[in-house]
Design a protein around this ligand. Structure first.
Ligand SMILES: C[S@@+](CC[C@H](N)C(=O)[O-])C[C@H]1O[C@@H](n2cnc3c(N)ncnc32)[C@H](O)[C@@H]1O
Length: 259
């Protein structure tokens, strides 16, 4: 997505609408997605050495401000100047630094223990760019460092186009495609986890249509628990939706130095 769209989105006050679903006025769906993302990150990523962490495509700092609790230092980079400005204003923690730009602004001498990227790679549209990004991430990680991504994936690569111009603005890749790209850049896949709550989950289906009043936030933790049990049961039956997209978490370990 072009930078001006992110800068435009930054004008909205609600920080979750800035980076998740901009149409979610009631805020329940975005809160729910935020909880689910952090639940999976805590379960699969946080436990790996928490020294220095890179948050690639940090947006307004939704993930980096939370990661700071589990890291010695967090660096967030993002190409949107408005998001970086907002991230700096919102998160005054001295253990977080924000930089505007792509990964190349960090230079090649800097090394991180781990890196993360949530809902960013789907906005990198061409094969050339995504391969380059994987290479740069490899260069920025220490040997045996972890890289974790959360993306929306499909059974087949799916290109989302703007209705008026036909221009591609988002790509839902397959899990295999991400695995191939990162394997070719010195990473080994350690975990591949589907996050069914955000598509099949009972709670998600109800709240995405804003059917619940704001009051329900009080019972959200309970319903999330119910939903996780529900989603687990669904996962036992299906592995991947035939159509549509689903969030997944992929955890890679850097095994060799990138060329
Ligand atoms: C959907 S938002 C997600 C933000 C954040 N990761 C989160 O989950 O809250 C996508 C972000 O990726 C950033 N982005 C897209 N392409 C990028 C690139 N090539 N380099 C750095 N940031 C990028 C956008 O500016 C935007 O802030």
């Amino acid at each position: 997505m072009k930078n001006d769209i992110w800068n435009l989105r930054a004008k909205q006050r609600d920080i979750l609408r800035n980076v998740l679903d901009p149409a979610d006025e009631a805020g329940l769906k975005n809160r729910y997605i935020d909880i689910i993302h952090k639940y999976y990150l805590r379960r699969y990523f946080i436990r790996h050495d928490g020294g220095s962490t890179l948050d690639f495509g940090c947006g307004v700092g939704r993930i980096s401000s939370w990661l700071a609790k589990f890291s010695r230092h967090v660096v967030g980079v993002d190409t949107s100047p408005e998001f970086i400005k907002k991230a700096k204003t919102l998160n005054k923690n001295r253990r977080i630094s924000y930089y505007r730009g792509g990964l190349d602004i960090l230079g090649s001498n800097r090394k991180f223990d781990r890196a993360i990227s949530v809902w960013v790679l789907q906005h990198i549209l061409t094969d050339r760019e995504i391969e380059k990004t994987a290479g740069l991430l490899g260069n920025l990680l220490k040997r045996n460092g972890y890289f974790c991504l959360i993306e929306q994936v499909c059974r087949h690569n799916r290109y989302m186009r703007l209705p008026d111009t036909g221009e591609v603005y988002l790509v839902h890749r397959t899990m295999d495609e991400y695995t191939r790209i990162f394997s070719q850049n010195g990473f080994r896949l350690r975990r591949a986890v589907l996050m069914p709550e955000t598509v099949w989950g009972f709670v998600y289906r109800v709240i995405r249509k804003n059917r619940l009043p704001r009051l329900s936030l009080k019972v959200l933790p309970l319903t999330v628990l119910f939903d996780i049990i529900f989603a687990w049961a669904v996962l036992k039956i299906k592995k991947m939706p035939a159509t549509g997209r689903i969030d997944c978490l992929l955890l890679f370990k850097k095994s060799t130095d990138t060329k």
